[in-house]
Design a binder for this molecule. Sequence first.
Ligand code: MRU
Length: 343
Amino acid sequence: MLRTIDWDGKAVTIIDQSALPGQYRTLRLDTVDELIDAIRRLAVRGAPALGAAGALGVALAARRHPQDPGAVREEAERLAAARPTAANLRWGVEHGLARLSRGANAVSQAAHQVLEEDERTNRHLSQRAADVITEQCGLRPLRILTICNSGALAAVAWGTGVGAIRVLAGRGAVNEVLVCETRPLLQGARLTIWELAQLGIPHRLCIDSAGPAALARGLVDCVVVGADRITRNGDVANKIGTYSLACAAALASVPFVVVAPDETVDQTMASGAEIPIEERAPEEVRSLGGQVLTLPQTPTFNPAFDVTPISLITAVVTTSTTFRGNAAATGSAVTSLQYSPQS
Ligand code: MRU
């Protein structure tokens, strides 16, 4: 598979995730406005991929306005605001802007470095997360539940949550992956299922409300998800539906593990209460695949993400740190575990 997002020397190239799994096609984005549009309609999405998009977007802007840093900063700010919840997008933008005084080539080099480091970071992170999951569940074929897409499509390559599942599968430690469809835009059904099928990892698809039910019925050994923003105390914003899985996992004493690169950690925020939650268009709830599901003008509640407190999480594995459940009081990694694995 190509990189999810890349640079062809002049423009940003992406795998168009809005077309998968029906169609596998790439898009070439020449301007920051085209990139912003692709981000808003989730043609490129997932926190690490958005980090790369942020850095590449500043590279595009710096090439377009080589003598006008003010214009670059204006485009960069609009880019950073395109999706407010994933910390990585603004991180990528800031990473690019930090090189702006050294010229457009330095900004492009910084973006190139983000692309190069993504896969290495994710592979390392995934090994660490797989070790934590094995420590929690034992080395045996696991029934893993996940939501949304935290695979290669959510990053530049390899993935985070699904990256850890790939490592476990390589160790013979995956029985099956149960994938929540992830309404309203179906990243689980469209993207995670597509990736798992390509990887030959056994899987089943379920509707979102079946995820907590599977946990309650003892059909899941571990929940593994990615993250869009992690605050200093270890609280996690991730795709809407993650919180209900964490509640059900805690009630069932099933380990709940979050996997994300360091760039997803927002050191400026003390807790999840501060995380801005993106509210998306009513049409996403009112219709499915172009088919209207309800009365046309029905008011909706459509948050793209929810926040799971660290008290409900067994471990948040980042590139360099593992936050353990109940770390909220200290705001740092601790070694005590709140939940024990189901035998
Ligand atoms: O709205 P999306 O598809 O961008 O949401 C993505 C998620 O919630 C992912 O779980 C998260 O970005 C982690 S991806 C490694």
